[in-house]
Design a protein around this ligand. Structure first.
Ligand SMILES: NC(=O)c1ccc[n+]([C@@H]2O[C@H](COP(=O)([O-])OP(=O)(O)OC[C@H]3O[C@@H](n4cnc5c(N)ncnc54)[C@H](OP(=O)(O)O)[C@@H]3O)[C@@H](O)[C@H]2O)c1
Length: 237
């Protein structure tokens, strides 16, 4: 039975990943900041013995080490770095506080910590678990807005945090390739989650995950370091 560890599993894309992998019979280590308030995830876990809910704020690097110690020796086929933030809410503040001309640098630092530092820390902490598994995959939920060549949204903090995630993970990819570990970045599409603060999203959550899962399943070591959309398109860096 393969195992997947998912961050930010309590809602949005993370919850749907949890649901769909569990339905396929996977063991799911479903991490979230506040398990007590994670009603949908807890209901899912109560109905499926393959799901274990773990408390994890990905910005707490000591907690990441503690969790990794708890799972020492257990193979993790997929480490799924899903948790992320787009910046402050409501959306008017989000625009004001991370745009050129009115940038709040503490906001940028918070976004970078969650979207860039934390996935790297998770990869460091769980590398041995992934390397000991059959599938050996580190999957990062990035975004098309990270593309330097394709998109130029004005949200500097969010876009640059995902660009930095991509760069960091391509370096990780090259460093772990000789151990057979595959690292990949995916954009899930513009999906109707809470992150869709503008209300413009076009993709339903189940459709996004149903599109990503087969691509993740088919990933080979030759594709390590790749950056792909939910439609299968290679995204320009
Ligand atoms: N929706 C889109 O259109 C879109 C497009 C491109 C990329 N993405 C990426 O997709 C991923 C999932 O986002 P989503 O769309 O599902 O948005 P979402 O509904 O806002 O979910 C974000 C998830 O991340 C968790 N999270 C945030 N900070 C955390 C922390 N410090 N520790 C642990 N968990 C934390 C949240 O937990 P709490 O409930 O505790 O806040 C929540 O579970 C993100 O990386 C996002 O950047 C989304």
């Amino acid at each position: 039975m393969p195992t997947i560890l998912i961050t930010g599993a309590n809602r949005g894309l993370g919850l749907e990943f949890t649901s769909q992998y569990a339905a396929d019979g996977w063991q799911v280590i479903a991490c979230c900041r506040h398990p007590k308030g994670a009603d949908e995830l807890n209901e899912l876990a109560a109905a499926n013995e393959g799901i274990v809910v773990e408390q994890l704020d990905v910005n707490d690097f000591t907690a990441i080490d503690v969790l990794a110690k708890k799972y020492a020796g257990q193979p993790v086929d997929i480490l799924l770095n899903n948790a992320g933030i787009i910046g402050p809410f409501p959306i008017e503040e989000n625009i004001e506080r991370q745009h050129f001309g009115s940038m709040e640098y503490d906001v940028w630092a918070d976004v970078i910590r969650t979207n860039t530092f934390a996935p790297l820390k998770m990869a460091e902490a769980f590398l041995e678990n992934v390397a000991a598994s059959e599938q050996k995959k580190i999957i990062n939920i990035s975004s098309t807005v990270a593309s330097i060549t394709e998109m130029a949204i004005p949200g500097v903090a969010y876009a640059s945090s995902k660009s930095a995630l991509n760069r960091a993970m391509t370096i990780v990819a090259s460093q772990v390739k000789d151990r057979g570990v595959i690292v990949a970045m995916y954009c899930p599409g513009y999906v109707k989650t809470r992150m869709d603060a503008f209300g413009y999203a076009t993709v339903d959550i189940p459709d996004s995950i149903a599109a990503l899962k087969p691509m993740i399943a088919d990933l080979t070591i030759e594709q390590t370091g790749s950056y792909t959309g939910h439609d299968g398109r290679t995204i320009g860096w």
